[in-house]
Design a protein around this ligand. Structure first.
Ligand code: GDP
Ligand code: IMO
Ligand code: MG
Length: 427
């Protein structure tokens, strides 16, 4: 299950719905930059690193080696779940190979953003990028290191010495690292019970015939390789990331669901071809409550972009499309959908690799009728207003993909699952 846009498509809600049909839910990328909202029984949960499937009491959840883990944030998230009566004992597993986020990663994230000035990415300031940088530079510290005090001490000293040289040269001061060793050893002991070789765990589960739902974080257009680079996150958010990010063979993946809103949002900077003018954006933001689940930042709002979705279908191999937030258009008179791009007056079909070109794209719009009727509470496609059905059919026809699920509200039961789809066979 992947985000087909720039994140915040409603993955948390969708995973929560689907998770009841799977034995495991597993996160393969990103960290606590994600915010996946799940609402049921008047409870609102925002899951950041822990897979949303954990909210189903009899299900297991895995945080894979492709994620970056801030143990302090993880413990805080565990505490929050505990307060809400969610017991994770024996059913949450953290990869021993996942890389650890340290406070110096957060410092570096903020310093790098400040240094970029007006060209800042608008990161979540969680230290995600710098932690992945260290992983790729082969100086990262992993969860397994945290559990071995001698090895951890030795590694941390070496890494801090190296980073202090860089930090002093780049920012004029060394890193703030006092008390770090003791704090992290203590927190390592605290999370020890969760740590496992999660590739083996999932391999054994799959061999037993159990099922795994891979929970994507972020979205296709934030993917480090395929997104609007450099205005992206630092991991592979696309479906291919699931294999290395969990140590599960790619041949095990049997299907991909892509999640899109009925419109588009983006948080942070970077080009956004279908961004709405302020007034329209304000209306959609208010109706869709488009404020960051983690940072509270107002999300930029725009019309649905079929060029983005076609690209997402190709990259992820989307078999089934989930459309969320249809209800946000319930009062809309006319709905625009971008069906193509023009660049310097000429149509272009491929997603430009550079943000400079993307920033100059002129979207071509089709205008569809709104339905001006409430959709929450509707349980079957046939009961949706005709114009809402037309909207969904238009998207499905243009993308040549089925619509496997429709969401008409944030709650668990505001969901329509049409029969006879590929998605229905996975449940
Ligand atoms: P994620 O990061 O993809 O999990 O999405 P977020 O949780 O960050 O943002 C999606 C927001 O939309 C959350 O506030 C959800 O509660 C809400 N949401 C999800 N599906 C629907 C829907 O169908 N209708 C409405 N109105 N809200 C929805
Ligand atoms: P979920 O899983 C929306 C964006 C940030 C920023 C860029 C880089 O909830 O959909 P980072 O902190 O990752 O280095 O920031 O990526 N971003 C997200 N936007 N939803 C997310 O996650 C995001 N995770 C990162 O806003 O533009
Ligand atoms: Mg989110």
């Amino acid at each position: 299950m992947v985000g087909a846009q720039w994140g915040d498509e409603g993955k948390g809600k969708v995973v929560d719905y689907l998770a009841s049909s799977f034995d495991y839910t597993a996160r393969y990328a990103g960290g606590h930059n994600a915010g996946h909202t799940v609402i049921f029984d008047n409870h609102r949960f925002v899951l950041q690193l822990i897979p949303s499937g954990i909210l189903r009491p009899d299900k297991k959840a895995v945080i894979g080696c492709g994620t970056v883990v801030d143990p302090i944030a993880l413990v805080a998230e565990l505490e929050n779940l505990k307060k809400s009566g969610i017991d994770v004992r024996g059913r949450l597993f953290l990869s021993n190979r996942a890389h650890v986020i340290f406070p110096y990663h957060r410092e570096m994230d903020k310093a790098a953003e400040a240094a970029r000035g007006a060209a800042k990415i608008g990161t979540t300031s969680r230290g995600i990028g710098p932690a992945y940088e260290d992983k790729m530079a082969r100086r990262g510290i992993r969860v397994c290191d945290l559990l071995d005090p001698d090895r951890f001490r030795e590694r941390l000293e070496r890494v801090v010495a190296e980073k202090n040289v860089i930090s002093s040269a780049a920012y004029g001061h060394p890193l703030e690292t006092s008390g770090l060793l003791e704090q992290y050893l203590e927190i390592g002991a605290h999370i020890r019970g969760l740590v496992a070789d999660t590739s083996v765990l999932l391999y054994d589960a799959l061999e037993r015939g159990e099922s795994v739902l891979f929970e994507g974080a972020q979205g296709t257009m934030l993917d480090i390789d395929h997104g609007t680079y450099p205005y992206v996150t630092s991991s592979n958010a696309t479906s291919g990331g699931a294999a290395p990010g969990l140590g599960v063979a790619p041949t095990r993946l049997i299907g991909v669901a892509g999640v899109t809103k009925a419109y588009t949002t983006r948080v942070g900077s970077g080009p956004f071809p279908t961004e709405m003018p302020d007034l329209d954006a304000h209306e959609v933001r208010t109706r869709g409550n488009e404020f960051g689940a983690v940072t509270g930042r107002p999300r930029r709002c725009g019309w649905l972009d079929l060029v983005v979705l076609r690209y997402a279908k190709m990259l992820n191999g989307i078999d089934s499309l989930v459309v969320t937030k249809l209800d946000v258009f319930d009062e809309q008179g006319e709905i625009k959908v971008c069906s193509g791009y023009r660049y310097k007056g000429q149509p272009i079909v491929e997603m430009p690799p550079d943000v400079e070109t993307l920033a100059q794209i002129e979207p071509e719009y089709r205008t569809l009728r709104g339905w001006r009727k409430p959709t929450p509470g509707i349980r079957e496609v046939k009961d949706l207003p005709a114009a809402a059905r037309d909207y969904l059919s238009f998207v499905s026809d243009e993308l040549e993909v089925e619509i496997g699920m429709i969401s008409t509200g944030p709650e668990r039961d505001a969901t329509i699952v049409p029969q006879g789809t590929m998605l229905a066979t996975w449940l």
